[in-house]
Design a protein around this ligand. Structure first.
Ligand code: ADP
Length: 263
């Protein structure tokens, strides 16, 4: 007998009740906004929840050139014929599943026009170019994320858009949880994981003054992986923490000081 194929659920260590909240949002057909700094687990969380709920996941990394047509679709000319090609949002609405728009504030402003009717109780996607209006099936959920940290006034979500979503605030996990994550993600020994997490805490204090962005869980995982591979910790921290965090020589030397003091 064939056993049905079930894809593995990506590892995600919950910090609070975010998994329950996501499930309730999905069951109630409500869209979700996840706020938080880069590398704190937003994308992993969405991948984990999609797998847990048995839903296909479409992820779109938004950028400043991304337009409504990129999300919805466009007419393409192939072999002399013009045919409609669905964009990722339209495909997700047709098929059901989760559509995750990562860093939504980066996208062009015309994208809000297509998101609004999808995020209220109509749950429709009007496709202006074809005259079609799609109704989202119960299995469709829209999830968006953004990083409030490095937005300027021009790049934040308008209240009329953000008030259409349930919202979850993510931060860096508390030290004991972050240590667990490092161990699970890299197989690093618990003592080194603890030291890297303590270093992360110190670097985050520094971030408030000198850095645009705090050191992420992602970077700590990278450092742990390098250490597991046999690279000395100082070199691992240089490549995974100091260089990615800043280009400014003065800031880099301050970071190195903190690393040296820790190891
Ligand atoms: P974001 O989408 O917030 O920028 P990611 O979800 O890509 O960040 O997380 C970056 C990395 O950090 C992941 O690949 C994973 O290794 C690790 N990570 C962060 N938080 C968690 C968590 N709660 N559980 C498991 N892994 C995590």
């Amino acid at each position: 007998m064939n056993t049905p194929f079930t894809p593995a659920i990506p590892y995600y260590r919950a910090v609070g009740d975010e998994c329950e909240l996501f499930t309730h949002a999905y069951k109630n057909h409500l869209p979700l906004l996840i706020k938080g700094p880069t590398g704190c687990g937003k994308t992993r969380f969405v991948a984990h929840m999609a797998a847990r709920l048995g839903l296909p996941l479409t992820t779109v990394a938004c950028h400043d050139d991304l337009s409504a047509a990129d999300l919805v679709g466009r007419f393409l000319i192939t072999g002399g014929e013009t045919r409609w090609s669905d964009g990722p949002l339209t495909r997700a609405v047709r098929d059901g599943g989760i559509c995750y728009l990562d860093e939504i504030v980066e996208a062009r402003k015309d994208t809000t026009v297509v998101l609004h009717p999808l995020t209220d109780d109509r749950r429709i996607l009007p496709i202006e170019r074809t005259g079609e209006t799609l109704e989202a099936p119960p299995g469709f959920m829209l999830v968006v994320s953004y990083n409030p940290g490095y937005q300027n006034a021009l790049k934040s979500l308008k209240p009329s858009t953000r008030q259409r979503f349930l919202a979850l605030q993510f931060g860096f996990p508390p030290p004991s949880v972050e240590t667990e994550i490092l161990i699970a993600e890299s197989d690093v020994d618990p003592a080194t994981a603890k030291r890297l997490v303590a270093l992360g805490e110190r670097l985050r204090l520094l971030a408030r003054q000198d850095l645009e962005e705090a050191v992420s869980t992602r970077l700590l995982v990278y450092a742990a992986k390098l250490a597991v591979g046999g690279l000395p910790l100082a070199a691992a921290c240089e490549a995974a923490l100091v260089e990615p965090l800043s280009d400014d020589p003065a800031v880099q030397s301050a970071l190195r000081e903190v690393v040296r003091a820790q190891f």
